[in-house]
Each structure stands twice: as structure tokens, then as C-alpha cells.
Write a protein that binds this ligand. Structure first.
Ligand SMILES: N[C@@H](CCC(=O)N[C@@H](CS)C(=O)NCC(=O)O)C(=O)O
Length: 189
């Protein structure tokens, strides 16, 4: 498989999932800073001009974080990132993927109040559990990546989102997360 990515952006979630799954993959950088996602060559792959783009072994092109995570979780069931066969749990994971892509990711452009609302929802959910749906799934990868990226812009003093902050540290302790961050740090535009 091939992952078109730009370090520290939305594609980090797909990168983490690829490692969690033990998948064989190649990283292809397309740096946002150099506007490499806006070229005709890249738009021929993804007309939306965005990363991540996951190209499967059979040449299928998958765009959107949620879809790439879903594909990987289903393709690699041994990684246990998807509650296969439990309809309620599957819907719950879908709910968080949708919340991440819309409410959380979209909150940044809407200002401090919208961001606080979105991350408070996550913090509240995590107040009695380690993972969003009670077990580690692709929902955690998607939501974590957004908080990891937005937390500086949130400008929230430590302790504002206690459960979310503990969850962030829990995610950083996962070898796949640490590895993805380390690898991406080595790519410079
Ligand atoms: N809805 C998309 C959002 C992906 C997205 O926003 N990607 C950004 C990086 S975080 C991007 O590639 N932007 C390209 C650009 O701004 O030129 C998804 O969930 O995959």
C-alpha cells in the first residue's frame, strides 16, 4: 500500500493505523507547506487536493481519514481496531468518526467557543473510561490526532480537559503512535 501524507496533518491518523495493523506500506510525502497537494499530479489522485490518500495493493484509491481507517481496520482484523459484528458498537465507532471529521475538525475555523464545546464533549465521554467506546478502536486514532494537533491552538490551561489530557498521554504511550510521530519528524519540506 501507499500512503500520500504530509507530516503532522490529518494523514497522521492513517499512518498510525497502518502501523497498528502491521501493514506493509510506503510513505509518499506531499508537503502542504510546499502546496504539493494542490498540483495537477496530486489532484489527479485526489481531486479534493487533500491528504490522506491511501492506495491499496490492488490500486484502489481511498480518501478521507475515516474511510482509510475503516479500510485498514477491516482488512487487518487481528489488530482489533473495529468491533466487527456488534452492530451497536460499530455504530458507536462510526458516530465518533463522524464527530471527528465534522464537529472536531471543523471547530478550528469556528473559533474558541466551538473548539471548547467540541473537546468538552470528548472530555466528558472519557471521564469514566480509557477509550471512547470502552475499547481501543479507529475512533481513538481519529479523535486523538485532532486533539494532538489542535491543543496548542486551544490555549487551554492544563487541567481544563483532565480526561482528554490523560487520554492524550495514553495514546502517546502506544508504540504505533510514538513510531508514526518519530517517522514523520524525519520528513522535512
Ligand atoms: N475531510 C478530510 C480532511 C483532510 C484534510 O483536511 N487534509 C488537509 C491536511 S489536515 C489537507 O490535505 N489540506 C491540503 C491543503 O490545504 O492544500 C479527511 O477527513 O480526510
Amino acid at each position: 500500500m501507499k500512503l500520500y501524507f504530509s507530516p503532522t496533518t490529518s494523514s497522521l491518523a492513517t499512518h498510525i493505523a497502518l502501523i497498528e495493523c502491521g501493514a506493509d506500506f510506503e510513505l509518499i510525502p506531499r508537503f502542504l507547506a510546499n502546496e504539493e497537494t494542490r498540483t495537477p499530479e496530486f489532484k489527479a489522485i485526489n481531486p479534493d487536493g487533500k491528504v490522506p490518500v491511501l492506495v491499496t495493493d490492488d490500486g484502489h484509491v481511498i480518501t478521507e481519514v475515516a474511510a482509510t481507517l475503516y479500510y485498514l481496520a477491516r482488512k487487518y482484523p487481528a489488530a482489533n481496531l473495529w468491533p466487527e459484528g456488534d452492530l451497536n458498537a460499530e455504530a458507536e465507532v462510526m458516530s465518533w468518526l463522524s464527530f471527528a471529521a465534522s464537529t472536531l475538525h471543523g471547530s478550528r475555523g469556528k473559533g474558541a467557543e466551538a473548539m471548547d464545546h467540541a473537546f468538552s464533549v470528548v472530555d466528558q465521554k472519557l471521564s469514566d473510561r480509557d477509550w471512547l467506546t470502552g475499547r481501543y478502536t479507529i475512533a481513538d486514532i481519529h479523535v486523538f490526532r485532532i486533539y494532538w494537533k489542535f491543543k496548542t491552538a486551544l490555549e487551554a490551561p492544563a487541567g481544563t480537559y483532565p480526561a482528554l489530557e490523560a487520554y492524550h498521554d495514553r495514546m502517546l504511550a502506544r508504540p504505533a503512535v510514538a513510531q508514526a510521530l518519530d517517522v514523520e519528524d524525519g520528513f522535512k519540506p
